[in-house]
Write a protein that binds this ligand. Structure first.
Ligand code: DON
Length: 314
C-alpha cells in the first residue's frame, strides 16, 4: 500500500481506509476480555481502535485510537530490543533462545539441555529478558524499561497501579517460571527482582497510537519517526523484528505469518503492534481475546488490511 503522505487534512484517505476495516471487524463479538488478572476484566469490551504511523512521521487513526490500556505482552519485543542494545545478541541468547515454541504464552518452557526459555516472546523468556536489563534492584531495571519504552512511543508512559497490584497478586505462575529459570542458571537477577520489573512493564499504559509509533520505530531501523530520536541500533531493530515474525503471536505465529505476513506482537490487554519494515507501524486495540490470548478484532482488522491492501511482506 502506498502510505498517503500528501493529504494531511482530517480525515486522510488512509484514515478512511482504516475506519472502513474497523467497521467490518466491529460485528465480531466473539472472544472474551482477559480475566486471569482480575483488573483486566474491567476493560470495556466494545472498544476498537487503530493507528498507522509511517516511517516518514505521519500518523493516521480511526476509532478508539486514544483509549488507554495496559501494554502487557506487547512490551516484550521492546524490552528485548533494550536488552539487545545494552548487552548484544551473543549475551542475550546465552540466556534466552530464538525458536518459536508453538506453545501458549504462559507455558513452562525451558530447553532441557541449555535451561533457556525457548524465546523472548513467551512469559518465561520475557521474564529472563527483563532480568537482563541494567540495574540491580527492580526499580532500577524498571526505570530503564520505562524510559526505553517511552522513547519508542515518543511520550512518557505511566503505570496503571491497579493492574500492577492485580498482576502481583495473581502472578504465581510467572514467579514459578522465574524460579525455574533461576535454577537453570539463565535468570540474570533474583526471581523477585525479575518478576517485579516484568509486572510493572506489563502494567504500562499505551494507546493504539502509541503502539503504532513504537512499531514504526522498529520499522524505521530504530529511529522514532516522530521525535527523530535513535532508540536502538539498526541491527537491534532488525533482530527484534525477526523475533516478532517467528514468535510474536505465540502458538498462532505460523498461521499469522501465512495469513497476515507482518511481524507483530499481541498482549492480553487487547493491543497488537505490527509493522512492515521500512514502511510503517500499526497499533490496534480491542479487548476481547481468542483462546490463544490474541485480540479477536485486532487479528481480524490486520488480516483484512493485509489482504485488501496487499501488505503481506512476502
Ligand atoms: O505475564 C502475564 O501474565 C501478563 N502480564 C502478560 C501476558 C500477555 O499479555 C500474554 N499475551 N497475550
Amino acid at each position: 500500500m502506498a502510505v498517503d503522505e500528501s493529504d494531511r487534512s482530517t480525515p486522510s484517505p488512509l484514515s478512511i481506509a482504516l475506519a472502513s476495516v474497523l467497521e467490518r471487524a466491529r460485528p465480531k463479538t466473539s472472544g472474551a476480555v482477559a480475566t486471569y488478572i482480575p483488573e483486566l476484566a474491567r476493560a470495556d469490551p466494545d472498544q476498537l481502535g487503530i493507528a498507522l504511523a509511517s516511517v516518514r512521521g505521519t500518523v493516521h487513526e480511526a476509532g478508539d485510537s486514544d483509549a488507554e490500556f495496559t501494554i502487557q505482552s506487547v512490551s516484550k519485543p521492546f524490552v528485548l530490543a533494550l536488552a539487545l542494545e545494552q548487552s548484544g545478541l551473543a549475551e542475550v541468547t546465552r540466556h534466552v533462545g530464538l525458536e518459536p515454541s508453538g506453545e501458549p504464552f504462559n507455558a513452562i518452557s525451558l530447553d532441557e539441555h541449555t535451561g533457556r526459555p525457548l524465546n523472548p516472546m513467551i512469559n518465561a523468556g520475557a521474564i529472563v529478558t527483563s532480568s537482563l536489563v541494567r540495574g540491580d534492584r527492580a526499580d532500577e531495571k524498571f526505570a530503564v524499561i520505562s524510559a526505553g519504552l517511552s522513547a519508542f512511543a515518543g511520550r512518557s508512559l505511566d503505570v496503571d497501579e491497579a493492574v500492577y497490584s492485580s498482576e502481583q497478586a495473581t502472578g504465581d505462575r510467572n514467579r514459578a517460571l522465574a524460579y525455574l529459570a533461576r535454577s537453570a542458571g539463565t535468570l540474570a537477577s533474583s526471581a523477585e527482582v525479575a518478576t517485579t520489573a516484568y509486572f510493572r512493564q506489563c502494567s504500562l499504559t499505551v494507546t493504539a497510537r502509541d503502539l503504532a509509533i513504537m512499531a514504526a520505530t522498529l520499522a524505521n531501523g530504530g529511529v522514532n519517526p516522530i521525535t527523530r530520536e535513535r532508540v536502538v541500533s539498526e541491527d537491534v531493530a532488525r533482530w527484534t523484528t525477526a523475533v516478532m515474525t517467528s514468535c510474536g503471536m505465540y502458538d498462532a505465529s505460523g498461521e499469522w505469518l501465512v495469513r497476515v505476513g507482518l511481524p507483530a506482537k499481541s498482549g492480553v490487554g487487547g493491543g497488537i503492534a505490527a509493522l512492515q519494515p521500512e514502511q510503517f507501524g500499526i497499533g490496534t486495540f480491542s479487548p476481547r481475546l481468542d483462546a490463544r490470548g490474541n485480540s479477536v478484532r485486532g487479528v481480524a482488522v490486520l488480516e483484512q488490511l493485509s489482504e485488501r491492501h496487499g501488505l503481506h511482506m512476502l
